[in-house]
Design a protein around this ligand. Structure first.
Ligand code: PHE
Length: 533
């Protein structure tokens, strides 16, 4: 046993340095490094990251929240949340990924040089697996609706078609009512497509796919907007969407909505941006890229609002009712209201349906891919598995979990799980991240490094956001959500508040425990790994 006693300080340091050089230049280390893939081009990375960010949340959630939270006035809290929290956290996640070149659990360990911190990464992975399990179901529905579009297969009454004929909804999540094989089939198809793309790898699979489909998605939304605003009555809808009601800005709920929407939409808190950031070549322009991704995501959400509200305005004026009577959110907006509006169109209704559901499909699939890559990339690295094996494992777990959503009681389960994963889980993880970076790690050190990677730099406002703004708003948001859940069952008209709470809390605790377990059994430890620069 080597004793360092009796050596001078300089000599000790020298010895330690030699020890590390030897350790990290060992053969196995180089092998791991060489086998790690990276994006071929910056454009490919941006398409992948915007593909993850732009998702179902942009298409149906943003327009509704804007309308419900003060119309045009909502852009104030939204942009505020984007600058004070969304972009700073995106910089953190891309920064951690870019600096460590590791997937989330190992990235946290390496970044903070502490094994325990990897637990946060594993928890994020569990969140990603949960989100993917029902996100994939909704993508499956979109595939079915593309098929239904040409003949307007939802008929005259899309409400009853969606609930009864399509889902076979039993009206109660506890009554599973048997399997809905049609939905199971499209779910399986979604998983086969996703698995196939991810098995091909980061460049040959994901990058190739997003470089092809994301530009198409932008073109489709532009066409859809043109179609929508040229319909009679569209301007009424746009007025509702955009005319500002500044009085709403005094409601705390509106600000919390803005933060929730920004986090979900930017795909932070689930490890995805750490993963995608870790595949960047070299330094990776972290600040610049974060701004580009955030603006593209916000723009797409805004554009979706134009398409959705233009169409709703047309529909309201055709039936002769106020737009407030036709506005719906989330799944109902996409699968009930929108199809109904399409059926009323004088021209090209089938095509419009195909356009709309193709946008949902592309936006959703590219987000799903990012979630699955995050999970499979992590177990691949932490357990030394092949890409194929890791991907198949995650796809099977997620497909297995998704079976419950494909039953006739599944609609209720989608609603329950959505709520908890989305808000409680995601917000919690982001909160831990900002506390770790803001209060335990030296914020300024990370800022200096991300600035070094990028032409565009952030000033000390970023430190303040990470230290003060983000934790405060996150804690306020969490507190408000918890109070809401306890007082009234959340969301407001959730018919099964207690059930939702029990399931949600169970998922929450079980997720934490599994994450802890994964930390114990992971094979690779990156605590002492060296950074490249
Ligand atoms: N950003 C996606 C959306 O808006 C959802 C998502 C969240 C995807 C987290 C990946 C990770 O729909």
């Amino acid at each position: 046993m080597l004793s360092l006693n009796g050596l001078g300080k300089g000599e000790k340091l020298k010895l330690i340095e030699i020890f590390y050089i030897q350790k990290y230049l060992s053969k196995s280390h180089i092998l791991v490094k060489m086998s790690r893939e990276s994006w071929k081009s910056r454009w490919g990375f941006i398409m992948a990251a915007t593909g993850s960010a732009i998702g179902l949340g942009n298409v149906w959630r943003f327009p509704y929240i804007t309308y419900d939270s003060g119309g045009g006035a909502f852009f104030i809290p939204f942009l505020f949340a984007l600058f004070t929290a969304g972009i700073p956290i995106l910089i953190i996640e891309l920064g951690i990924g870019g600096k460590t070149k590791r997937s989330p659990p190992l990235a946290f360990q390496k970044f903070f040089s502490k094994k325990k911190v990897g637990w946060v990464g594993w928890w994020a992975i569990i969140g990603a697996i949960f989100l993917a399990s029902y996100y994939s179901v909704i993508i499956g529905w979109s595939i079915s609706y593309i098929g239904l579009s040409p003949s307007l297969g939802w008929g005259k009454n899309p409400q009853s078609f969606f609930m009864n004929d399509f889902l076979g909804w039993t009206g109660n999540p506890l009554n599973l009512g048997g399997m809905n094989f049609g939905i199971l089939a499209v779910l399986a198809l979604t998983w086969v497509i996703t698995g196939f793309i991810i098995i091909k790898g980061v460049t040959k699979g994901i990058e190739k796919c997003v470089k092809f489909v994301m530009p198409i998605c932008w073109v489709l939304i532009m066409i859809l907007i043109i179609r929508a605003v040229t319909l009679p009555g569209a301007t009424d809808g746009l007025n509702w969407y955009l005319s500002p009601d500044f009085s709403k800005l005094s409601e705390g709920r509106v600000w919390i909505n803005a933060y929730g929407q920004v986090f979900f939409s930017l795909s932070v808190g689930m490890g995805t941006m750490i993963t995608y950031g870790s595949y960047m070549k070299g330094k990776g322009e972290i600040v610049n890229n974060s701004f580009i991704i955030a603006f593209a995501d916000a723009l797409f959400a805004f554009l979706s609002g134009l398409a959705v509200f233009g169409t709703l305005g047309f529909m309201a004026s055709s039936i002769g009712v106020e737009i407030t009577e036709v506005v719906q959110q989330g799944m109902e907006l996409a699968f009930v209201t929108y199809p109904k509006a399409i059926s009323m169109m004088p021209l090209g209704s089938g095509i419009t349906g195909i356009l709309f559901f193709s946008i949902l499909l592309i936006a959703g699939l590219t987000s799903l891919i990012s979630l699955v890559e995050t999970a499979s990339g992590s177990i691949m690295e932490a357990f030394n598995l092949s890409r194929k094996k890791a991907t198949v494992i995650i796809c099977l777990i997620d497909f297995g979990m998704g079976i419950i959503f494909a039953t006739k009681g599944g609609f209720g389960w989608v609603n329950i799980i959505d709520l908890y994963v989305n808000y409680a889980g995601l917000i919690f993880i982001v909160l831990i991240e900002v506390i770790l970076i803001g209060w335990i790690y030296n914020t300024k050190r990370l800022r200096i490094w991300v600035n070094y990677t990028s032409e565009l730099t952030v000033g000390s406002w970023w430190d303040w956001s990470v230290k003060i703004f983000c934790p405060l708003f996150l804690i306020a948001g969490l507190a408000a959500t918890i109070i809401d859940i306890i007082q009234s069952g959340y969301p407001k008209n959730n018919p099964y508040p207690n059930l939702a709470m029990i399931i949600g809390l169970t998922a929450f605790v079980v997720g934490m425990l599994i994450a802890y377990q994964l930390l114990q059994i992971q094979k690779v430890n990156t605590t002492m790994e060296k950074f490249e620069d």
